[in-house]
Ligand binder design. Structure first.
Ligand SMILES: Cc1cc2nc3c(=O)[nH]c(=O)nc-3n(C[C@H](O)[C@H](O)[C@H](O)COP(=O)(O)O)c2cc1C
Length: 181
């Protein structure tokens, strides 16, 4: 019975990765590094796979990457205000450092998107004034990160009772259980 909701989660996340106007295109990514403070930010989901792996792009010099070196466990939050559906994911992040993966995504990107990853100074660096950004000609800091979930929580608010289901990855399958909303 819980499998029905897992299927719905997959379908919605797949739409998020492929449809530009779907609310799941954007998610909130939480990381916690050695500073022990949860850091949250909006991220674009670039790829979703049927085994629930999620891919995003970032700048290799960003604070989230420092956090990921310190602690690979991350939290993801998706919310669709139209049907009041929330998906919460806990997973392990892997930085895909191989040239083949990078090239696969890089070649499909527009010139302006590529430029985002060529700022001479790292994201978060103080600037003398707004817009004073220098760009590198021959180098970039584009980076691909893949998240493998180990826990998923589905919540759908509707005419009570609401539906809340928790899934845990158990060796080779997702085990689901209904929980009190
Ligand atoms: C709509 C929107 C989409 C964003 N997408 C991404 C993204 O895909 N990758 C990314 O690294 N930052 C993205 N950002 C910027 C992040 O929210 C964040 O400001 C930036 O990555 C720096 O985060 P950090 O200092 O915690 O590493 C996006 C911001 C917004 C508002």
């Amino acid at each position: 019975m819980t499998q029905t909701f897992l299927q719905e989660i997959k379908e919605e996340l797949q739409k998020g990765a492929t449809k530009k106007d779907h609310p799941f295109r954007y998610f909130t990514l939480a990381t916690v590094g050695l500073d022990q403070v949860a850091r949250l930010r909006t991220i674009v989901m670039r790829k979703f796979e049927d085994d629930l792996r999620i891919t995003f792009f970032t700048d290799s010099r960003s604070k989230k990457m420092i956090h990921l070196q310190e602690n690979k466990k991350v939290g993801l939050l998706f919310y669709n205000a139209k049907n009041l559906m929330q998906i919460r994911i806990e997973g392990i992040a892997k930085v895909m450092g191989d040239a083949e993966t990078k090239e696969k995504y890089w070649k499909g990107m527009s010139k302006s998107s590529k430029k985002e990853y060529t700022a001479a100074s790292a994201p978060g660096t103080t600037m003398a004034s707004q817009g004073q950004i220098e760009y590198l000609e021959d180098h970039d800091h584009f980076c691909v990160v893949e998240i493998t979930p180990f826990k998923i929580e589905y919540l759908k608010l509707q005419r009570p009772p609401h539906i809340r289901v928790r899934y845990s990855w158990e060796v080779d399958r997702w085990e689901g259980e209904f929980i009190v909303p």
